[in-house]
Design a protein around this ligand. Structure first.
Ligand code: SF4
Length: 354
């Protein structure tokens, strides 16, 4: 295991805004307001996201006076990696320190022909799902768009190329920080940005219905994944407090409307927990719930978390659950949760408060 500081600690926060928080058109407006031709905005944008350069001194096609103006107005280095766990070529967990000292985790998951990064969108989480480490220490703040992008930039540094896939499944609920997440998604997808196809970007929600409704109207072809984890309200209330606000009879019609409006199939995440939601009756109830709905199910054996004294099912129990869904013609995949040894698997990323 490699466990060491990669970069020096971040500079003291200057109180200036983060350059990576701006959209390209906002940079353009700033340029115009500062007497600079608007085409300079695209040049700067390409330095930030095509060349992934954070050092203004290297942006030599921009006039020195402009670079000085930018340096006086913005912070150009959004976060530093303070710790990495795992070895190159395998799943790695990164700890990133933000300008105000808050720390978030990201996970890099390389596989054949793909490089996936799982990003965090909040420092902490207010939703407190029972099986998830991310919300156990409470909620501190939303991440800014540039702080989400900083995680992807760090992956680019380590991989020396951009990820092929980005999943918003780290710390935080993406629809609880909707605007920042969507702005980051648009930069990831921008042809002059990271150039990551929208279908290779997954937003995962615990079931915040207003976010599902809003995303449906965005006209962006990202993948949507909804964490279900239970086939009925009684069980889901125990596992996910958000269900009391958006119960199944509200959530499922919102998912149906999303699919109708976008033509996109939703993936439902279902964590298998031994003796809690992994029995054949739960599998049959889940099959009935999804019958006739164009949906995929990801079955993920529980990744252990200290605060949740439960275990994953035995492999044959998980296979039996999957087989019941298959018999009912529900499209499901039994996944291996990667990164358990690093506490980097689903639900294991942990917010470490200041
Ligand atoms: S599963 Fe998602 S929404 Fe639930 S506590 Fe964890 S990070 Fe928050």
């Amino acid at each position: 295991m490699d466990d060491h500081p990669v970069h020096p600690p971040p500079p003291e926060s200057s109180g200036l805004p983060l350059l990576h928080n701006l959209t390209c058109s906002e940079i353009e407006s700033w340029m115009v307001a500062h007497g600079t031709p608007p085409y300079r905005a695209r040049q700067l944008w390409q330095w930030l996201y095509v060349h992934r350069c954070r050092d203004l001194a290297r942006m030599t096609n921009l006039p020195a006076t402009l670079r000085n103006q930018i340096a006086d107005a913005f912070v150009t280095d959004p976060a530093h990696i303070t710790e990495t766990q795992g070895v190159e070529g395998d799943t790695r967990k990164l700890l990133l320190r933000l300008r105000d000292g808050e720390q978030v985790e990201s996970v890099l998951i390389p596989a054949e022909n793909r490089r996936t990064i799982c990003v965090s969108c909040q420092a902490g989480c207010r939703f407190r799902c029972a099986f998830c480490a991310s919300g156990q220490a409470g909620f501190r703040r939303n991440l800014e768009p540039g702080e989400i992008l900083a995680q992807v930039l760090s992956a680019c540094d380590l991989w020396q190329q951009p990820p092929t896939h980005v999943v918003f499944m780290g710390i935080g609920e993406p629809f609880d920080n909707y605007d920042a997440v969507l702005q980051a998604v648009r930069t990831l997808n921008d042809q002059d940005g990271f150039r990551i196809g929208a279908r290779r970007i997954t937003i995962s929600t615990c079931g915040m219905v207003p976010g599902i409704e809003r995303l449906a109207g965005e006209g962006i072809q990202v993948e949507l994944s909804v964490s279900l984890h239970a086939p009925n309200n009684a069980l889901r209330n125990r596992l996910m407090p958000v269900n009391q606000r958006y119960p199944m009879e509200v959530l499922m019609p919102a998912c149906d409307a999303y699919t109708r409006q976008t033509g996109r199939i939703i993936t439902f995440e279902y964590t298998l927990i031994h003796n809690l939601n992994d029995g054949p009756e739960c599998a049959r109830e889940l099959a009935r719930l999804l019958q006739g709905r164009p949906a995929r199910v990801n079955l993920i054996p529980l990744s252990p978390v200290a605060e949740f004294p439960h275990a994953p099912p035995a492999p044959e129990q998980a296979e039996r659950f999957a087989a019941i869904l298959t018999e009912a013609r529900i499209n499901s995949t039994l996944r291996l949760s990667r990164g358990c040894a690093l506490d980097a698997a689903c639900g294991q990323l942990r917010y470490r408060p200041l």
